[in-house]
Design a protein around this ligand. Structure first.
Ligand code: HEM
Length: 393
């Protein structure tokens, strides 16, 4: 049977999207030298044990080294808690809820530009989250075409990452990604320096002036931290918006139901995060020997918890390959789990809710263009539309 994943041309490596199951919930891949974790229970166990499964992967993946300072997702306790405390107050449900009017305003302006057809990613799904996070940080939103160029190149990787036999292509893509990181850190460095001279009411200024244990963050810490927020704050939300519209289009009865009963929008977003998880895999490094899913994983190994595969685990979700906005409970892992649980989850959920409601209000006949197919990103670690052409009438 042809799955939606085949129809949409999703990456071959993402077998879980085609109704296929792994042989075991935890598998060593000798061709890449990496341990893959696909099971839901095993993924939760791994993400809950940061002492054994460290986030400091730069120790084992040379390409990931060099950006550890201030790079929240790659820090372990106690540094992790200290830095996380600095931003968590900027993303609490209450603080985020206050952003709703501004999110609605930006969405309305973006939708004003749409006539009888739209490419949703360009017109809404990309600009909305990038404008919101740029405004929070305090960097000019007009520079977003620059971020796009730099960030697209960072995620251009199209092959499975290999520690054992890195191809020339992998090396070239990493080199290119590093070059783009360089552009972005130089750009942010200038803004950070400016805030040191003249702080404003924005997140960059807060990071510059904040003290952790009586000490201010270093320049590299502030810049890397801001880079993580800028990147993590938009690419995945872009995917979430596009994926959710696509999933509802592919399931027209549920699409009509959600349009008619908007209280279902948050559940549609959660199911979209489960069904097409934008951030398909996290990464960890073992600090000691571990037993997971009946496998012995030695110390100093790279382990990839595949959140997207865990979200299709039949041991956790009944009919995992069925998109169902009525799935309840839906403990999807699209935002991760444990101490690194996505700090921006309330913001992403809010942006999704506001954008979908306004899209449905404005365009009752919104649907995929049968003559112009959606296109997905080419990375095996991401699941998200890159282009989503829609008809509005
Ligand atoms: C962490 C996914 C939106 C900022 C994470 C993690 C996942 C994730 C899976 C955990 C990574 C790990 O355990 O290694 C997503 C998805 C999003 C989204 C699917 C949208 C649909 C956002 C937004 C922001 C953000 C809007 C910023 C405002 C972060 C940060 C971390 C993180 C800073 C690191 C947290 C830590 O290490 O303590 N995200 N994210 N994310 N996310 Fe998100």
């Amino acid at each position: 049977m042809t799955s939606l994943a085949d129809t949409w041309g999703l990456h071959d490596a993402q077998f879980w999207l085609r109704g296929e199951r792994p042989e075991r919930p935890v598998e060593y891949d000798a061709t890449t030298g990496v341990w893959n974790v696909y099971g839901y229970a095993e993924t939760v166990e791994l993400l809950s044990d940061h002492a054994t499964f460290s986030s400091d992967t730069g120790r084992l993946i040379p390409e990931a080294a060099g950006f550890t300072e201030g790079n929240l997702p790659q820090l372990d306790p106690p540094e992790h808690q200290k830095l996380r405390k600095l931003v968590s107050h900027a993303f609490t449900p209450k603080v985020v809820a206050d952003l709703e009017p501004r999110i609605a305003e930006v969405t309305a302006e973006l939708l004003d530009g749409i006539t009888d057809r739209t490419e949703l990613v360009d017109d809404l799904a990309y600009p909305l989250p990038v404008i919101v996070i740029a405004e929070l940080l305090g960097v000019p939103t007009d520079d977003r075409h620059l971020f796009k160029r730099w960030v697209d190149a960072m995620f251009a990787q199209t092959q499975k990452f290999s520690l054992v036999d890195p191809s020339e292509e992998q090396a070239r893509q990493f080199e290119d990604a590093l070059e783009q990181v360089g552009h972005l850190t130089a750009y942010l460095g200038e803004h950070v320096a400016e805030r040191r001279r003249a702080p404003r009411e924005d997140l960059l200024s807060k990071l510059v002036t904040a003290e952790v244990d009586g000490e201010r963050l270093t320049q590299a810490e502030v810049v890397n931290f801001a880079m993580v927020l800028l990147i993590a704050g938009h690419i995945t939300t872009t995917m979430l918006l596009g994926n959710t519209v696509l999933c509802l289009d592919a399931h027209p009865e549920q699409g009509a139901e959600v349009r008619a009963d908007r209280s279902l929008v948050p559940a549609a977003i959660e199911e979209s995060l489960r069904f097409l998880s934008p951030f398909a895999a996290a990464s960890r490094a073992t600090t000691r020997e571990a037993v997971l899913g009946g496998q012995v994983i030695p110390a100093d190994q790279v382990v990839l918890p595949w959140l997207a595969a865990a979200n299709r685990d039949p041991a956790q979700f009944a009919d995992p390959d069925t998109f169902d906005v009525h799935r309840h409970p839906n403990p999807q892992l699209g935002f991760g789990r444990g101490i690194h649980f996505c700090v921006g989850a309330p913001l992403a959920r809010l942006e999704g809710r506001v954008a979908l409601n306004m899209l449905f209000d404005r365009f009752p006949a919104l649907r995929c263009d049968p003559d112009d197919r959606p296109e997905f990103l080419g990375s095996p670690n991401l699941t998200g539309v890159r282009r989503l052409p829609l008809l509005t009438r």
